[in-house]
Design a protein around this ligand. Structure first.
Ligand code: F6P
Length: 544
C-alpha cells in the first residue's frame, strides 16, 4: 500500500529515535558488508554513503518517502515536457539540450531536437572557428582572449567547467569571466589585454540583468575607444533568449546564439551559455561533456529508485536535513580544478530549493534546501575542517575524488587520496578519550598533563559523509557529475513540494537596487528611506 508523505516522515522520525544514539563505529563493527550495502555505482562512478548514519530500514523508509512523494511521476512529467515550473508556466527541459534526437523530447507539441540541434551546431562551429582563428577582428587578426560577461547561471557553470577542464584546452584563446557589477572585475580582467584582439561574449538569458548590461556597455566603450565604433562590432557575440535586446545592443544576428524559456539559468550550462567553455575546450570535448550529462539523464530516467544515484544522493540529503536537522552541506572535491564546484552548486541548489512555500502556495511543512558551501581539499582541511571535526554543529560532507591523477605530478595524487580517505575516516570514527589517553601515556606524557589535554584531543566522530569516486576528470565525467547533482536537486524539490525552477527571491533586491541607485547622487531626496539606509547613504556621501 502506498504511504502518505506524513506517514513516511513519521516512520523516518522513529528510525532516527533508534539510530541517533548509535555510533558509526558500532554500525561498521556490526556489519562487515556496510560498504556493499550502502553504496551504488554506475560503471566507474560510485556513491558511497556507508558513512552516513542510516541503516537498512532507514534507507528503505527513505525510498518509501520518495514513492509517497511520487518522485517517479514527477520525474516523468519533467522528461515529458510538462509545465512543471508552475509559477512561470514553463516546461523544464534542460535534459533535451544534451539529448539525442532519438530521445524524442517534446515541448508544447514541438520536437525539441529541431530547435536544439541547429543552435548547438552553430555555436560549436563558432567556438571552433574562434579557436582556429577563423573568426577574426576587422583586420583579419585572430582573437587571443575571450571574455564572457554574465552572472549567476550565465557565469558560474562556465567558470567552474572551464577551470575544471583546463587539461583539455589545447591551442586556443585564453578565456576569462567577468560577472560583478563592481567595475574592478572588468578593469582587473582587461588590464593586461589588448582590445584589438579581445572578443566579448555577452551571456544573459534575459539580456536585462543590470550587472551584465553595465559591464557589456563598459566593455563596448573599452573596445570602441581603442579601435572605433564600426571595427568594435566584430568583437561582440551574445548568448540570450532576448533577440530584440541583443539587436538593440548592436550585436549582429549571426553572432547571437539563442536558447529557450524552458531552460532555467542555473540549468543552462549545456545550452549556448556553454559557448565560453566550448571556445576553451573545442566542440569535440564539448560534445563529450554533453554525452556525460545524457548518460546520467538516462540513468535517472530509467534506473530503479534503489540504484538510482541522484535519488539516493537526494534521499541522503533529506535524511541529513529533515531527520538529523543539519542546516548545511559542505561539498569538498579533492581536486584543485573543481575548486569552483561548490559555488556553482550553491546557485543550482540554493536558488532551486531555497523556498518557503509549496507549489500550491502553502507554507512548507518541513525544512527545505540547506546552505551549500565548500572548497577544494586539501585546502579546506586547513581552513574550516577544525569546526567540522570538533565544533558543536554537525556538517555533513559530500567528498569527491578521482582514482586517476589530474596532473602529471602523479605521486601527489596518492597523497591527495590519502588525505580524502583520512578525513572521511576521522569524521566517521573519531578518536575516543581512551585512545587519546593511551597514546599520550605510551609516548611518555605526564599523566596530569595528559588528563588536561584529553578533552581537547578527543574527536567525537559519528559525523556523516558521502564519497563520490570516479575514474578521472574528463568532459564526460564532469557532465555526469553535474547531472547527478541537477537531478538530486530535482528529487529533493519534489519531496519538499516546492517549485525548484523559479527564483522570485532574487527579485526584490534587484528592484530595490534600481530604486536606490539614483539616491546615491548628492542632494537626492532621502526622506522616504528607513533611518538605517538613509544613515548609510549619508555616511557614504561624507566618505566619498
Ligand atoms: O540571480 C538571479 C538570476 O535570475 C539567475 O537565476 C540567473 O542565472 C541570473 O540572474 C542571470 O540572469 P541572466 O542570464 O538573465 O542575465
Amino acid at each position: 500500500m502506498t504511504q502518505t508523505i506524513e506517514n513516511a516522515w513519521d516512520v523516518l522520525a522513529a528510525d532516527w529515535d533508534r539510530l541517533q544514539s548509535k555510533h558509526l563505529r558500532e554500525m561498521f563493527d556490526n556489519n562487515s558488508d556496510r560498504f556493499e550495502q550502502f553504496s551504488s555505482s554506475l560503471d566507474d562512478l560510485t556513491v558511497d554513503f556507508s558513512k552516513e548514519r542510516i541503516d537498512a530500514d532507514a534507507l528503505k523508509h527513505l525510498l518509501d518517502l520518495a514513492r509517497a512523494a511520487d518522485v517517479e511521476g514527477n520525474r516523468d512529467a519533467m522528461f515529458a515536457g510538462e509545465h512543471i515550473n508552475t509559477t512561470e508556466d514553463r516546461a523544464v527541459l534542460h535534459v533535451a539540450l544534451r539529448g539525442s534526437p532519438a530521445d524524442g523530447y517534446q515541448v508544447d507539441g514541438q520536437a525539441v531536437a529541431d530547435l536544439v540541434q541547429p543552435v548547438l551546431n552553430a555555436f560549436l562551429q563558432f567556438a571552433d572557428d574562434v579557436r582556429a582563428g577563423k573568426v577574426t577582428n576587422s583586420k583579419g587578426v585572430a582573437f587571443t582572449d575571450v571574455i564572457n560577461i554574465g552572472i549567476g547561471g550565465s557565469d558560474l557553470g562556465p567558470v567552474m567547467a572551464t577551470r575544471a577542464m583546463s587539461k583539455f584546452v589545447g591551442e586556443g584563446p585564453n578565456v576569462f569571466f567577468v560577472s560583478n557589477v563592481d567595475g574592478a572585475h572588468l578593469r582587473d580582467t582587461t588590464r593586461d589585454l589588448n582590445p584589438e584582439t579581445t572578443l566579448f561574449l555577452i551571456a544573459s538569458k534575459s539580456f536585462t540583468t543590470q550587472e551584465t548590461m553595465i559591464n557589456a556597455q563598459a566593455a563596448k566603450e573599452w573596445v570602441e575607444n581603442s579601435i572605433g565604433v564600426e571595427a568594435a562590432k566584430a568583437h561582440f557575440a551574445a548568448v540570450s533568449t532576448n533577440l530584440v535586446a541583443t539587436n538593440a545592443f548592436g550585436i549582429a544576428p549571426e553572432r547571437v546564439f539563442g536558447f529557450w524559456d524552458w531552460v532555467g539559468g542555473r540549468y543552462s550550462l549545456t545550452s549556448s551559455i556553454g559557448l565560453s567553455l566550448a571556445i576553451a575546450i573545442g566542440s569535440e570535448n564539448f560534445r563529450a561533456f554533453l554525452d556525460g550529462f545524457r548518460d546520467m539523464d538516462q540513468h535517472f530516467k530509467t534506473a530503479p529508485l534503489e540504484q538510482n544515484l541522484p535519488v539516493l544522493l537526494a534521499l541522503i540529503g533529506i535524511w541529513r536535513r529533515n531527520v538529523m536537522g543539519c542546516a548545511t552541506v559542505a561539498l569538498i572535491p579533492y581536486n584543485q580544478r573543481l575548486e569552483n564546484f561548490s559555488s556553482y552548486l550553491q546557485q543550482m541548489d540554493m536558488e532551486s530549493n531555497g523556498k518557503r512555500v509549496t507549489k500550491e502556495g502553502a507554507d512548507v511543512a518541513t525544512k527545505t534546501g540547506p546552505v551549500i558551501w565548500g572548497d577544494a581539499g586539501t585546502n579546506a582541511q586547513h581552513s574550516f575542517f577544525q569546526l567540522i571535526h570538533q565544533g558543536t554543529d554537525i556538517v555533513p560532507i559530500d567528498f569527491m575524488i578521482t582514482a586517476q591523477p589530474t596532473s602529471y605530478l602523479v605521486e601527489q595524487h596518492d597523497l591527495l587520496t590519502a588525505n580524502f580517505l583520512a578525513q572521511s575516516h576521522a569524521l566517521a570514527f573519531g578518536k575516543t578519550g581512551e585512545e587519546v589517553r593511551r597514546e599520550m601515556l605510551e609516548a611518555g606524557g605526564d599523566p596530569k598533563a595528559v588528563e588536561a589535554l584529553v578533552p581537547h584531543r578527543t574527536f567525537p566522530g559519528n559525523r556523516p559523509s558521502t564519497s563520490i569516486l570516479y575514474r578521472s576528470l574528463t568532459p564526460y565525467s564532469l557532465g555526469r557529475l553535474i547531472a547527478l547533482y541537477e537531478h538530486k536537486v530535482f528529487v529533493q524539490g519534489v519531496i519538499w513540494g516546492v517549485n525548484s525552477f523559479d527564483q522570485w527571491g532574487v527579485e526584490l533586491g534587484k528592484v530595490m537596487a534600481n530604486r536606490l541607485a539614483p539616491m546615491l547622487d548628492e542632494g537626492a531626496d532621502l526622506s522616504g528611506l528607513n533611518s538605517s539606509t538613509r544613515g548609510l547613504i549619508e555616511k557614504i556621501h561624507t566618505l566619498k
